[in-house]
Structures are given as C-alpha cells and as structure tokens.
Design a protein around this ligand. Sequence first.
Ligand code: ADP
Ligand code: MG
Length: 255
Amino acid sequence: MSQDETTVLLQHHLKALKLPTILREHEAMARLCAKERSSYNDFLLKLTERELMDREQRAADRRLRDAKFPVLKTLDSFDFTAQPSINEAAVRELTRGEYLSGRENVLIVGNPGTGKSHLATALGHAACMQGNRVRFFTVTGLVTQLLEHREERNLQRLHRQLERNRFLILDELGYVPFTKAGAELLFDVVSRAYERNSLIVTTNLPFEQWTEVMGSERLTGALLDRLTHRVHILEANGESYRLQDSKKRRKKTGK
Ligand code: ADP
Ligand code: MG
C-alpha cells in the first residue's frame, strides 16, 4: 500500500471511530515522535491523552450549554468582602460537590442584588466541571413549563428530563405568587428531587412568608419539610452589590 493510501484509510478509520483529535494531530505527532525517537507506545499514549483531554473538555462545554445558565458566573468573580454575611469557607466547601452525593440542598436567601443568582450559577458551574448534569431555571420559568406540559399531557416527559440532572437550580422563588396548580406542580418537582437529587433554591423571602407565594399553608409546610431536611443555608443580608458599586463610583466622581 502506498503512503497516500495508508493515510486516506487511517483517516477514514479515525473518523469512523470518532477520534477527531487524533485525526487532526496524528501527522504532526508522528513527525515530532520521529524526531525525538519516541517509541510506538509513547506516540500512541500522547495521541490518546490528547483525545481524552479534548473529549472531557467537549463534554464539559456541552454540560455548560445544556445547563442554560442565563449568564455564566464563577466564584473567581465573586467578591466575598462585599457580602460578609456569606460564609466563604462554606461556599468553597460546597464547590467540591459533596452535597450532591448526599442529595443535600442549598438554599440561598437574601435581598435582591446580593449575589444569590451569581452564587447559584457558580455552584452549578463547578458541578458541571466535575462531570454533573445541571439545569438552571427561574422558578416562574419552570412553573410555566410545568403548566404547559400538563396542558399537553406530557408532564411525565418533563419530569424525566428534569430527573436526568444531578441537580436543579430554582432561581428567584418569591418574586411572583403561583396559582394553585402552579404551586402543586412545583411541590411535585421538589418532592421528586427529595428522593433522587439536589436542589439549589434562591429566594428573597424568609420562610415565614413562603405561604404567600405558595398559597396553601399545608403545601408550604410539606415543601419546606423536604427542602430543608438536608440543607445548607447561605444568607446574604448585606446591601445590593449594584447599589454598593454605584455608591462607590459616585464617591469617586464626586456626584
Ligand atoms: P440576586 O440574585 O441576589 O438578585 P445577582 O446574583 O443577580 O443578585 O447579582 C446582581 C449582579 O451583581 C450580578 O451581576 C452579580 O454578578 C453581581 N454581584 C452580586 N454580588 C456580587 C459579589 N459579592 N461580587 C461580585 N459580583 C457580585
Ligand atoms: Mg437573582
């Protein structure tokens, strides 16, 4: 077989085996290894390492895309000094993801603008990087989807989709009260997650006021019971970050 024929066949096989990185890099790597007089094993090891690394990166990118974070935020850009009530050590511990194996929940409570969504997204990002499937919802967005699926009689399909995730982020509980049906459907999600996976919930409401959005006291009690059975609570009781930021800027410009 000629050199050209070998290359064409090899490239065909690499495509069929779905090894895009080896396909792209094998010629350059072969030249490098020839120059360095590396062994065949070395050559193969280097190529498979590259393929593996790229594959992990592609999978992590896919998980980040599928999580549908509204804005991608990480802890690197979170300023803990601006929100001293948030326990930095506890947050860093949570990014290790051990709460996921214990099906523990995280509840982030605080006023608007105190970084709740930022922290929830950062925990979601960390979990994606560790190989977990995550899905971000605003609570109202999720309830709307639940109601739509119920209307179309394919609620079970949505539940199965949700359950494929290691955990769900439910952002902004408390901004809009639910209808009775909406509250019950949300309770269903929390109740199913209790058996299977973790939830991160952000809210501006203290527990006493949850009945106001859920409607029924009994349902709120049952929901809180499941949500708080194994829970890490982060409380941001400082001022809005945007407000602090604009005050600082005003001070600087003297306006
Ligand atoms: P919340 O969800 O509590 O209303 P967000 O997480 O949406 O607040 O925060 C509002 C904006 O301020 C976002 O752009 C967020 O990244 C930023 N922010 C809030 N707190 C901090 C912080 N401590 N350090 C850095 N950025 C912050
Ligand atoms: Mg928010």
